[in-house]
Write a protein that binds this ligand. Sequence first.
Ligand code: PMP
Length: 303
Amino acid sequence: MSNTYWLNGKYINKEDAHVSPLTHTLHYGLGAFEGVRSYGSTDGDNVNIFRLKEHTERLFESAKIINVSINHTVDEVMEAQIGVISKSDLKDAYIRPLLYLNDERLGLDIVGMSSHLMISCWDWPTYFGAESIEQGIDVMISSFTRQFPNSIMTKSKITGGYVNGVMAHDQAKNNGYQEAILLDTNGFVAEGSGQNIFIVKNGNLLTPELTCCLNGITRRSVIQMAKDKGIEVHERQITRDELYTADEIFFSGTAVEITPIRSVDKVVIGQGKRGEITKIIQETYLGIARGEIKEYDHWLSRV
Ligand code: PMP
C-alpha cells in the first residue's frame, strides 16, 4: 500500500487520512470509484498507466449518473493518479480513485452535501494466482442475478452496486470455485462479479451487448485488438448453454487482465485450459501494457 494518498487536491500521508463513521457513502453506498492499473515497461525504463483518460472519463460519467459532483477537472484527476504512483515507487500497481459523500448529515436527501475525491494505490500481483494465466479458472453460474439496468444502473461503478458482485463472488468461493458468472434478469449472460466475459466459437469472439454489464475498458481494448488482428467480434445476447459449448471463454478486466476460464459449473470448456485465441489476446494485452507494442502507445500515460 502506498504511503501517500491524494485527497481533494492535496497529497497527504496515509496516517493523516481519516474518515468519519458518519460518512454518508459508508451508510448508503452512494459513491463511485475506478480501478486503474500501472505497469512497469519491459525495457525497465518507464512506468505507464493503462488507458488513464478512459478510466478518468468513466469516473466522471459515474459521478454524473449518481448526481455527485467532482470538484476537479479530468486533467487534474489524471495528474493526481500519475502523482500517487510516482510518489509510491510502485511499478505494477492498482490505482483506486474513490468519490464519496462526506458526513454533514445522514438521510436520503443528498442536496448540498459535499463530495470528496480520494486516490490511493497499492501493489498488484496476478488476481487469481500466476497459474491461472495459462491454466484458467473454474467458475460457476451464480444464483444471484446481475442488477437490472433500471435498478442500479450498469454504466457506472457505483460503490453500493458492488454488494451484488461481492455476494456472488463470495458464494462462488464458498462453493469451491474461483469466480462467478452472473446472468441478467432475462437469463442471458451478463458478466463476472467484476469482469466482462468473452466466448470464442468457431474462431469468432462473442460478448454480451452493453445492456446489463459495465462498459469495461479492457472489454473495449479486447474488441479493438481482436478487430486489428482480423478476428470477428459479435456483441449479442449469450445463453448459458453457449457457455458450456464454447471453444474458449475468458474474463476481461483491469484487475484480472485476460483470465481464461477452464470450466463453468464443472463443465470443461474446450481443452480445459487457455485456448489459442485467448492466448493471442492475453499476450497482446500484456505486451501493450508493458510498452512492447508501439502501435498502441497512445493507450499508455507515462508516470
Ligand atoms: N464489470 C464490472 C462489474 C466491473 O467492476 C469491472 C471492473 N471495473 C469490469 C466489468 C471490467 O471493467 P474494466 O475492464 O474497465 O476494468
